[in-house]
Design a protein around this ligand. Structure first.
Ligand code: AMP
Length: 540
């Protein structure tokens, strides 16, 4: 028997209509350096219609891809909403990809148009001759003089292009399973792979972002979206904000600690989301520069494990709770969120909050060991995490990806354990685990413990070959300027915090941990530096 309910498709155009009417007074606020530019959601709705007409005028039909090479700003929000709503596919391009990877993803997705911010022209411009399908470049603002395009590509200014267009667009009714947006993974091995989100997956994911036990984004919040729109859809915040009526504060290119502190003080966001390195930088900055960040009621951190020391610093110095979350480009990205169970307090609450979080109903999880056996969810047994659900990727665009799935479950490459009540603790990426004398050492645990030392700014741990134990941990550590702490003192600091046999004897002092295109520790490069003899290792 079929239901008697209406079969209304879940679509981005519905989010656009809802946000720009019911929540028309909310705003997207883009930081411009010392000031900000405000556009109401009602105006965003009108400008989306104009953009859709303009893109049709450039020949964008069907499910053609429109790329964006942009910071987080109001025009990028318009692209997020208008492109999928007109039936085309938004393709967010990671501005930090290596040039050859950028060329690969543009050509692989067959982008027809790319919208670019003027400040990013120096990165995009030199690559234009290598793009095989791009016909138009739209430069945000009014000035296109910085871009000389090769034959076959026409350059337009965003504002001139949309100026004469109607602010009403007849958004087509679309099958909710059709492609809305795509984002290529920022994998450090091989070519990036394309994840294609549907209207339906984005809708359901947005609801989870807003749920009280999700990220709890709420009507009236001002959400500072530091996590880039070019990486994992800014954790779904642009769509969730339009769904729930939260304003957005977009940092554009001002991602250093000083402007972040300035914009928080000036605009008073209530909610913010970014990877741990951003928050570590802000904490350090605030030690010497006073700024009022008390408007924040919640700071969501994910993308890599947040050190407990960072969570405590925010809570104890500034009274701001840090909410730890786990996800991947392939999981839209929200996979789990560490909301503490009701009634739990004190140290027990902290123990829950350190974890990568609890799976919501839309994300089913299981663990498998190296032999492919299911691992019990007992909070101790470790295995590779596999997930499935309505906003989890079931394949990659245009490539054979069978080896990334097990009977329909996505292989995450993350390793950890899960409690009976569904809390995930990641101990490592499968390729980063250190296998010492037949036992596993979690590089993440060691990093978190070392980063608990007050003189340590960053610490990354990799396994290095060892004749006796196969592998032993090497800690690459960045100390505060002027610190005289020795590696022996750091090792003594770890005693009692980690098992004795895990105490690392190999240490290297470095200036900075190499980072990936999205600001995560790049352990592949660190291993390369070790192999090339570029690290000076102290052996205790
Ligand atoms: P990406 O697709 O670039 O967002 O990367 C996804 C990967 O980031 C995951 O598979 C994890 O390895 C890592 N990651 C994301 N969130 C966390 C977290 N909270 N703790 C540890 N690792 C994380």
């Amino acid at each position: 028997m079929l239901s008697t309910m209406q079969d209304a498709p879940l679509s981005i155009s519905q989010l656009l209509r809802h946000g720009s009417s019911v929540h028309g007074e909310q705003e997207v606020i883009t930081w411009t350096g010392e000031e900000s530019k405000r556009v109401s959601y009602a105006e965003v709705g009108r400008r989306c219609a104009k953009l859709a007409h303009a893109l049709r005028g450039l020949g964008v039909t069907g499910d053609q891809r429109v790329g964006t090479f942009m910071w987080n700003n109001s025009e990028h929000l318009e692209a997020y909403l208008a492109i999928p709503s007109m039936g085309a596919v938004l393709h967010t391009l990671n501005i930090r990809l290596f040039p050859e990877q950028l060329v690969h993803v543009v050509n692989h997705a067959e982008d027809h148009v790319i919208i670019v911010d003027p400040t990013l022209i120096p990165l995009l411009g030199p690559r234009l001759p290598e793009f095989t399908t791009v016909k138009h470049i739209i430069v945000t603002g009014s000035d296109t003089s910085a871009l000389q395009a090769p034959a076959g590509i026409t350059v337009h200014s965003y504002e001139q292009l949309i100026a004469g267009e109607s602010d009403v667009f007849e958004w087509p009714e679309l099958d909710e399973r059709t492609a809305a947006a795509m984002c290529y993974t920022s994998g450090t091995t091989g070519d990036p792979k394309g994840v294609v989100y549907s209207h339906r997956s984005i809708w359901l994911h947005s609801m989870q972002v807003c749920m009280t036990d999700g990220m709890a984004l709420s009507q009236g919040d001002i959400a500072l979206a530091i996590v880039p729109q070019f990486h994992a859809m800014s954790w779904g915040l642009p769509y969730a904000a339009f769904m729930i009526g939260a304003s957005l504060l977009m940092p554009d290119r001002f991602l250093q600690p000083a402007p972040i502190a300035d914009m928080i003080e000036a605009i008073k966001p209530t909610f913010a989301a970014a990877v741990p390195t951003i928050w570590q930088g802000l904490l350090l900055h605030l030690e010497d520069h006073k700024a009022d960040i008390s408007s924040l009621r919640s700071v969501v951190v994910g993308g890599s494990a947040v050190p407990p020391s960072v969570m405590h610093a925010f809570e104890e110095r500034y009274g701001i709770p840090v909410l730890h979350a786990w996800g991947m480009t392939e999981t839209s990205p929200l996979g789990s969120v560490a909301q503490c169970p009701a009634g739990v307090t004190g140290d027990e609450a902290w123990a829950y909050r350190y974890t990568q979080g609890r799976f919501p109903a839309g994300v089913e999880a299981r663990l498998k060991d190296d032999d492919g056996n299911l691992v019990p969810h007992d909070g101790e047994s470790v295995g590779e995490l596999q997930v499935r659900g309505p906003w989890i990727a079931g394949g990659y665009y245009g490539v054979d990806s069978a080896d990334k799935f097990d009977d329909g479950w996505l292989l995450t490459g993350d390793v950890g354990h899960i409690t009976k009540d569904g809390f995930l603790t990641l101990t490592d990426r499968s390729k980063d685990i250190i296998k010492s004398g037949g036992e596993w050492i979690s590089s993440v645990d060691l990093e978190n413990s070392v980063m608990g030392h007050p003189d340590v700014l960053e610490a990354a741990v990799i396994g290095i070959p060892d004749e006796k134990w196969d592998e032993r941990p090497l800690v690459a550590v960045v100390l505060r300027d002027g610190s005289s702490t020795t590696v022996q003192e750091l090792q003594d600091f770890l005693a009692g915090k980690v098992a004795k046999w895990q105490l690392p004897e190999n240490w290297a002092r470095i200036q900075e941990v190499p980072k990936t295109s999205v600001g995560k520790f790049d352990k592949k490069r660190l291993r390369g530096q070790y192999q090339d003899g570029d690290l000076t290792v102290d052996r205790l």
